[in-house]
Design a protein around this ligand. Structure first.
Ligand code: ADP
Ligand code: MG
Length: 277
């Protein structure tokens, strides 16, 4: 009896959402309709949640709102058991007026570090070495011990195959190497969830694999992730859960990635997948 109870508790824990999006509404202040309209879903702890959709469907906006880089006009963003984002119908306006509320400033720096994000363009600081880039936020923002941060940074760089490039400057690196540094820079803040927005889209084909391999390794280690990608084979291999966005709405959602790719239910999803085959 107790054993059965334990199993029940363990599986409830396994399905606990790490991130929950409730009725998210996002409208840019110069737009006449929302770019994300009543979006709800949850990302279970330790799972890989892949977001697909045509260009302009709102994928980047979705990740940016979760990262706290964009205010939302309705709904809630819940991380763990804490509301980290809440809709404010006036937020678009105050932003235009240049008031507080610019790019996530309503979030404390502590809260901001809990969501890690890597973008399509590798935005490393050009005047800092690889190691300096990775060490910057934990030492300056989190005020962590420098020696300890350095040890962790070197460990992370080893994990992504860049142990020998720690003293290199960003301009000396390939695109694939820069993206791996960007991943380390996010990981060192110990985020509860990592968001990847088309991180291989700007890379030469031969560098795509080295970056995707790092993401696969993170998935194997149980990091909770949301991934926007146009690499369909990768999406299919790594996804626990698939969401297809179109025109700011969820078109199809599946917790069986294999089934989604084999037999998409909606005509829109079938049509979308055809453009990749
Ligand atoms: P995706 O990442 O799926 O290509 P985006 O989230 O980048 O989609 O864009 C969704 C829609 O929002 C597009 O119509 C785009 O033009 C618009 N958009 C994106 N960023 C802004 C912005 N800062 N201001 C106004 N409109 C924007
Ligand atoms: Mg995008």
């Amino acid at each position: 009896m107790t054993e059965r109870l334990n199993v029940a508790v363990a599986s409830a824990e396994a399905n606990r959402p790490e991130l929950e999006i409730r009725h998210l509404l996002k409208q840019y202040d110069n737009a006449d309709k929302p770019v994300l309209n009543d979006i709800s879903f949850s990302v279970p702890k330790g799972k890989v949640f892949v977001v697909l959709g045509p260009s302009g469907s709102g994928k980047s906006t979705l990740l940016r709102t979760i990262a706290g880089l964009e205010p939302i006009q309705g709904g809630e963003i819940v991380l763990g058991d804490e509301v980290i984002g809440q809709g404010d119908p006036a937020s678009g306006k105050s932003r235009r007026a240049g008031a507080a509320g610019v790019a996530g400033q309503s979030r404390s720096s502590e809260l901001r570090t809990r969501v890690g994000m890597v973008f399509q363009s590798y935005d490393l600081f050009p005047n800092k070495t690889v190691l300096g880039n990775v060490m910057m936020a934990p030492t300056l923002v989190q005020k962590r011990n420098k020696e300890e941060v350095k040890r962790e940074a070197i460990e992370l760089l080893e994990r992504v195959g860049l142990a020998d490039r720690q003293d290199a400057w960003p301009h000396e690196l390939s695109g694939g190497q820069r993206q791996r540094v960007a991943i380390c820079r996010a990981l060192i803040l110990h985020p509860q969830i990592m968001l990847f927005d088309e991180v291989t889209a700007a890379l030469d084909p031969e560098m795509v694999r080295e970056v995707l391999d790092v993401i696969v390794e993170l998935a194997d280690q149980g990091l909770t992730m949301m991934i926007v990608t146009h690499e369909m084979a990768f999406a299919r291999a790594i996804a626990d859960h698939i969401l297809l966005l179109d025109g700011g709405k969820i078109v199809e959602e599946s917790d069986d990635a294999e089934a989604f790719f084999e037999h998409p239910e909606t005509e829109r999803a079938q049509q979308f997948l055809k453009t990749f085959s």
